[in-house]
Ligand binder design. Structure first.
Ligand SMILES: Nc1ncnc2c1ncn2[C@@H]1O[C@H](COP(=O)(O)OP(=O)(O)O)[C@@H](O)[C@H]1O
Ligand SMILES: [Mg+2]
Length: 270
């Protein structure tokens, strides 16, 4: 049975999509069967693989709104073990329709339940808000991964986000676990980033991933060529970091974890 991991944060530009694409690819290269589901109406996953260049017939929009089977929206992108569900939203009207249908918070959970056994990991790339679509993801997920940039406001925002997540979990998914907080776009040259990482590790003991994703030009360039970083430059620091994260995730799979409802304590849990 697959593990469903939602990648969420209330902030945009923190590395959610980059993590979904590159963690998903690394897991796939390591032999795990992965489905990447783009929940963001901006369609960033499709953009990262240049799927706009080919004719995508169906996406999550059609599954959520027009009730077509999920199997019809799964795209083969020519990589072993990795498949994608794009959002495929074409205009504002469709976007409003999509968020309105997502008021039914258990919709995605029902949709994913039919294909869960075909994958080892299903990764949900969430929009940068706690709206109906993200609530669907948190209801469908087994675990949550939160990317955080080591910046001044991150600590406070993270505490607030975790409280909101806890309330959502209590109401819709008491079994939800916190996979971990992932530090992204770390720039070694900045002293204050190091200090903030220290604070994050102190304040959120045991729930911050050991792997830290560096700010890396290859990671930023990869979407322009439509490839995950591992296929652009396997030995770049960004690719190496996402492989390390994939290994950390595979190794943590069998660890005993408490649910998100039990307070901040224990291993990789909230
Ligand atoms: N570790 C990194 N190093 C360099 N650039 C990055 C890194 N992570 C993300 N980026 C770039 O930052 C921008 C925002 O990242 P993205 O993953 O789209 O964020 P989100 O999905 O949270 O909005 C993108 O242009 C992406 O290429
Ligand atoms: Mg994104």
């Amino acid at each position: 049975m697959s593990e469903v991991i939602a990648i969420a944060s209330q902030k945009g530009g923190v590395g959610k999509t980059t993590t979904a694409v590159n963690l998903g690819t690394s897991l796939a290269i390591l032999g795990q069967r992965v489905l990447l589901v783009d929940l963001d109406p901006q369609g960033s996953i499709a953009a990262n693989f240049h799927l706009e260049d080919i004719n995508v017939e169906y996406g999550l929009f059609d599954v959520i709104v027009n009730k077509i089977p999920l199997a019809l929206a799964i795209c083969d992108i020519g990589l072993d073990n990795l498949e994608i569900v794009p959002t495929n939203i074409k205009n504002e009207e469709e976007e409003i329709n999509y968020f309105t249908h997502a008021l039914q918070v258990r919709l995605l959970k029902g949709i994913l339940s039919k294909i869960r056994k075909e994958y080892d990991y299903i990764i949900l790339d969430c929009p940068p808000s706690l709206g109906t679509v993200t609530i669907n993801a948190l209801t469908a997920a087994d675990a949550l991964l939160i990317p955080v940039q080591p910046e001044y406001f991150s600590l406070k925002a993270l505490g607030k986000f975790l409280r909101s997540i806890k309330n959502i979990g209590k109401k819709h998914n008491p079994q939800l676990k916190l996979k971990g907080i992932l530090i992204t776009m770390f720039d070694r040259r900045l002293k204050r980033s190091k200090a903030i990482i220290g604070e994050l590790q102190y304040s959120f003991k045991n729930i911050v991933f050991e792997t830290i994703i560096p700010r890396n030009s290859k990671l930023a360039e990869a979407p322009a060529v439509g490839k995950p970083v591992a296929l652009l430059d396997m030995s770049s620091p960004g690719a190496v970091a996402y492989f390390k994260l994939a290994e950390e995730i595979i190794n943590s799979r069998n660890r005993r974890t408490k649910t998100i409802m039990k307070g901040i304590s224990g291993e990789q849990n909230v």
